[in-house]
Design a protein around this ligand. Structure first.
Ligand SMILES: O=C([O-])CC(=O)C(=O)O
Ligand SMILES: [Mg+2]
Length: 591
């Protein structure tokens, strides 16, 4: 890795990977490991941590029993640890053994969070080496339950809380965060946590989980990641009554009061971290998500994961699925259940890609895509009463009141669920899709598992093994009539870590839709013949760092092409460069 960096920079070693001992035996950590930003390369800023007892309690530097004899001497650890000296591999084995013993997913989650707070490198080592097993623990679906119970399981705070109480002081709050060099912020206001609704301040589990994936899956170093929850209250009556609730005990502020706090936050971020910090909006309610993205898209580096990340991952799955269902993108007809952030975001990206491929205007390709919301099929006669983001999807058709009616009337080849409402793809709906198509494409995107529009078992059984199925939350492989079907996970976790890395390594200052298209294409290309045979339209997560490097390289290349990249000169081989930038969780030796 080091040699690649040297190569990339014309033989000049710009990174110092080994921390140096400071006066007093502490550890001086040379910032700028794992791809520093330009300014850090000029003046790498350093900080020292305490030695001895405090070192053992500093999760960024603690190695537990893996401290060597020499380190124990030079860092005042003698006697503070039992005599055994073990390897990181053995620590990993022990932790995995322990985690596997827990039967309850939330216990596994808590064990992982405790590890993150105790020994960060070991946490990431586990997550990277056991990604398929641990993703459902630190991320969807378990993170959903963790947010619901966040107050009860709360131990040490993670991330930054910005509530209405901090109005006028947001910049000071940012300055309280111990890290200066932030590259990615994931922010939520907790109003629409997965498909679970308003969880207020307890939505913090989501930015924390998303950012742990930025590091594990995308290689962004943990110290450059900042989880933020903006607390403007909650309308969740149960939480307001819950004595363990950790947030403001008031109903949600809206209108100007809401906009003002968000604006103060956005301005403070730019002032404190500059214009190259990526702000990822996560799990905002529809009515704010679209507005915030439009408002700040032209002044900040912003990305809405639910609108844009989900769109990119679903388009990749659809493109990959064409290998199994046949035809070109424009040959297909799409029907969505759910016309919110995810639904309309995906619909727009599919229409955009169709338009690019066929040169047919976007207004026309949109007509291949139909959306159903809680009031039925979105049609022209409803246009006046529709929210602005639904209007492009109002086509000419007589009113249809429900999904089953819409499937019969529209005869789609692909059915996509983004409604946040579980079990809405009924047996009759899937049977109808199967009677209309040799291989119906069924995507049940809503999270967590309880909100999935149908299960993998239902999709395969009701379609007699003919459905090409993927879901937002993970499902186990399912055997139907002697054949094992492996459902793909159509989750934005495939996209955002690599996408963000691409923005970071190119020093991009704006996000553009074309970047979403190239990310999507890069992901679709990673699906192999071996995957297709099992019915998979996504590659397994085991290869995610390679996938992320490819996505990052394509996004960065697009940033250079569009003139929004500030990191110059452009590295010649962007895939190699992206890989060389990735954080490694392997322990470092302290002199
Ligand atoms: O977090 C996930 O698993 C995917 C996502 O963004 C959502 O459901 O809001
Ligand atoms: Mg989300």
């Amino acid at each position: 890795m080091e040699s690649t960096m040297k190569e990339m920079r014309g033989g000049e070693s710009v990174l110092d990977l080994s921390p140096r001992a400071t006066v007093g035996g502490g550890v001086e950590d040379v910032y700028g490991e794992d791809c520093a930003t330009e300014d850090q390369l000029v003046t790498p800023w350093t900080y020292s941590v305490a030695s001895g007892y405090s070192l053992l309690r500093d999760p960024h530097h603690n190695k537990g029993l893996a401290f060597t004899e020499t380190e124990r001497d030079s860092h005042y650890l003698r006697g503070l640890l039992p005599p055994a000296v073990v390897t990181q591999q053995l620590q990993e084995k022990k932790m995995m053994d322990n985690i596997r013993k827990y039967q309850v997913p939330l216990q596994k989650y808590m064990a992982m969070m405790e590890l993150q707070e105790r020994n960060e490198r070991l946490f990431y080592k586990l997550l990277i080496d056991n990604v398929e097993e641990l993703l459902p623990v630190v991320y969807t679906p378990t993170v959903g339950e963790a947010c619901q119970k966040y107050g009860s399981i709360f131990r040490r705070p993670q991330g930054l809380y910005i509530s209405l109480k901090e109005k006028g002081k947001v910049l000071d709050v940012l300055k309280n965060w111990p890290e200066r060099s932030i590259q990615v912020i994931v922010v939520t206001d907790g109003e629409r946590i997965l498909g679970l609704g308003d969880l207020g301040c307890q939505g913090m589990g989501i930015p924390v989980g998303k950012l742990s994936l930025y590091t594990a899956l995308g290689g962004v170093r943990p110290s450059a990641c900042l989880p933020v929850t903006i607390d403007v209250g909650t309308n969740n009556e149960e939480l307001l009554k819950d004595e363990f609730y950790i947030g403001l005990r008031q109903r949600r502020a809206t209108g100007q009061e809401y906009a003002d706090l968000l604006h103060e936050f956005m301005s403070a971020v730019k002032q404190n971290y500059g214009e190259k910090v990526l702000i990822q909006f996560e799990d905002f309610a529809n009515h704010n998500a679209f507005t915030l993205l439009a408002k700040y898209g032209t002044t900040h580096l912003v990305f809405n994961d639910d609108i844009q990340g989900t769109a990119s991952v679903v388009l990749a799955g659809v493109v990959a699925a064409l290998k199994l269902i046949g035809g070109t993108l424009a040959d297909h007809k799409f029907l969505f259940l759910g016309a919110g952030e995810a639904g309309t975001g995906i619909a727009e990206l599919i229409a955009l890609e169709m338009s690019k491929q066929t040169k047919i205007p976007l207004e026309e390709t949109r007509k291949k895509i139909w959306l159903v919301d809680s009031k039925g099929l979105i049609v022209n006669s409803r246009k006046d009463s529709l929210q602005h983001f639904k209007k492009p999807w109002a086509h000419d058709h007589e009113p249809v009141k429900d999904l089953l009616g819409a499937v019969k009337a529209i005869k789609p080849t692909a059915l996509i669920g983004s409604s946040g409402v579980g079990r809405t793809f009924t047996k009759e709906i899937i049977e109808t899709m199967t009677s209309l198509n040799e291989k119906p494409l069924i995507m049940a995107l809503s999270n967590p598992t309880s909100q999935s529009e149908c299960t993998a078992e239902e999709a395969y059984t009701w379609s007699q093994g003919r459905a090409i199925f993927a879901s937002g939350s993970p499902f186990d492989p399912f055997e139907y009539k002697g054949k094992v079907f492996v459902p793909g996970q159509a989750n934005n976790a495939y996209i955002f870590p690599g996408f963000g890395l691409g923005l970071v390594i190119s020093g991009a200052i704006r996000v553009h839709d074309d970047m979403l298209l190239v990310a999507s294409e890069a992901l679709a290309k990673q699906v192999s013949e071996e995957n297709y045979v099992k019915g998979l339209i996504y590659p397994p997560f085991t290869n995610i760092r390679k996938i992320s490097a490819n996505i990052a390289a394509n996004v960065a290349a697009k940033a250079y092409e569009l003139g929004v990249a500030t990191r110059l000169p452009r590295p010649a081989n962007l895939v190699k460069y992206a890989e060389s930038c990735m954080y490694s969780p392997v322990y470092r030796s302290y002199r």
